[in-house]
Design a binder for this molecule. Structure first.
Ligand code: ZN
Length: 288
């Protein structure tokens, strides 16, 4: 199951969003060859990337997330569009697992030095880019800090992942007080969130509906939205042709001569595009 579920609670003053990304997590495991820990890092980032894109008004809007961690050299790159088609990869694929409670302690591996950058392209002249420092390396709290510091959207985020042979799951919950939310309601929400320390254990046993019902169901609430999303790469022969064409005929044939063929691998879906002499000649046939 992949879905985003949004609820308004307490007289429309707080937005509660669940991002359930079980199928996306399975797809990440199928596409990329990752250790459990590296998979947790990518799945967590992707789950929150989908949340960041869920506010887009147009299907063609898109955003990219780049997280760089100086201590270990990890770089995580994800993207999602307004149709909620998400993709991602990371450079360090074999991190060793650390746990805090039942969850992955990504902060232990990633460290606290680095940057989280989000680039949004909503069809304007220039994409909008904003960057903030990594705070904890836990990814969910780094996103929360980004939304608060860069977008003036204070929120609290929890996230959990289960990555086992028999079960792969991912869920994030975002609690966001809307503008003019009274302070006493913020205090109530902060108090409830103290129960969310071990979210991975929670998602092992409970569905998002059960979690919502248990912790927020006693308040007045309304369901705002339910949307599907999925992992999907939009690379194509045509796009890769353009990359090869941009090399120029001389350089392309130079590589062909040295390597025997040109291989381009899409980092998001691991698909290999191969250009032999015949294909390359066809591609550059109008180029003299
Ligand atoms: Zn691809």
């Amino acid at each position: 199951m992949n879905s985003i579920e949004k609820y308004l609670i307490l007289n429309d003053s707080v937005l509660i969003t669940f991002v359930i990304a079980d199928t996306l997590a399975e797809d990440v495991m199928k596409i990329h060859k990752l250790s459990e820990m590296s998979a947790a890092e990518l799945i967590r980032t992707l789950t929150l990337t989908v949340f960041a894109a869920s506010g887009f008004k147009n299907k063609s809007d898109k955003l990219s997330v780049i997280m760089t961690f100086d201590d270990c050299g990890q770089k995580i790159v994800t993207a999602c569009n307004g149709s909620l088609r998400a993709k991602g990869y990371l450079t360090q694929t074999s991190h060793i697992s650390y746990y805090k409670g039942n969850g992955y302690d990504t902060g232990m591996v990633l460290g606290k030095n680095g940057f989280l950058q989000i680039i949004k392209d909503t069809g304007g002249k220039m994409p909008y880019s904003s960057k903030c420092k990594i705070l904890t390396g836990q990814i969910y709290s780094d996103f929360a800090y980004y939304f608060t510091a860069s977008e003036n959207r204070p929120c609290a985020i929890v996230s959990g992942e289960i990555i086992r042979e028999d079960k792969v799951k991912s869920m994030a919950m975002i609690a966001e007080p809307l503008p003019d939310c009274p302070d006493e309601i913020i205090t109530v929400i902060e108090d409830i969130l103290t129960n969310f320390k071990d979210f991975s254990a929670m998602i092992e046993d409970y569905s998002y509906e059960e979690i919502f019902e248990k912790h927020f169901g006693h308040f007045d609430y309304k369901k705002l939205e339910s949307r599907d999303f999925k992992y999907e790469c939009d690379c194509s022969d045509k796009k890769i042709d353009e990359v090869i064409l941009s090399l120029g005929k001389d350089e392309a044939f130079d590589i062909l001569e040295k390597e025997g063929r040109i291989e381009v691998k899409c980092e998001f879906c691991e698909k290999n595009y191969i250009y032999d002499k015949e294909k390359l000649t066809g591609l550059f046939k109008n180029d003299n």
